[in-house]
Design a protein around this ligand. Sequence first.
Ligand SMILES: [Zn+2]
Length: 247
Amino acid sequence: MVQGERLWRRLMELGEIGKQLSGGVTRLSFTAEERRAKDLVVSYMREAGLAVHEDAAGNVIGRKEGTNREASVVLIGSHLDSVYNGGRFDGPLGVLAGIEVVQSMNEQGVKTHHPIEVVAFTDEEGARFRFGMIGSRAMAGTLPPEALDYRDANGISVAEAMRWAGGDPNRLHEAARKRGTVKAYVELHIEQGRVLEEAGLPVGIVTGIAGLIWVKFTIEGKAEHAGATPMSLRRDPLAAQLPTSWL
Ligand SMILES: [Zn+2]
């Protein structure tokens, strides 16, 4: 059995970091708030008896050794960054539930053949750089090098922000896991719609996920006098129709 109370206490404690007057949480990636959240999670991982390290992308990893140290690893995790005014469970639930699971196993002397690693992935949401999943892409070895040059609203690049937060953009290849070294990945996530709630179901198994695409485009028009130009003679960008293949 896990300790629900301990998990709840940690969720509430972590939810204080980046808390807004609105009640939401703003914890953008590679900021002081996200750093504090990671440091707190590191302390929980140590309490759980895990060996903790942070990879070059800033993913925080807590490892419970398996009876076979060479066996492929089971990953449990989620993210600690948020969107603007996000919820306190989105991300932290998956990380803290993972810690609770392995802490309970350690306390009850449960051993596993495979090592288990709890991971707090860096920058899942993409709210700061409008890109996202930087940590998990690095771990999968699929982070495109040009992503390091993407900039936030203040002109700070991913590489600069990563360095500020203690990561190393020049060593990202070290964060990549080799094919065959990961046995499975498990993530507990709060429902972000109302389907389960409406159906009265406590939990669901995800079989697919929305594939986000970020597109930037410019629609050019022509200024005309507001009163005197009939719509048929205007080229108003606001009224432009996008080709249906784009939608
Ligand atoms: Zn999430």
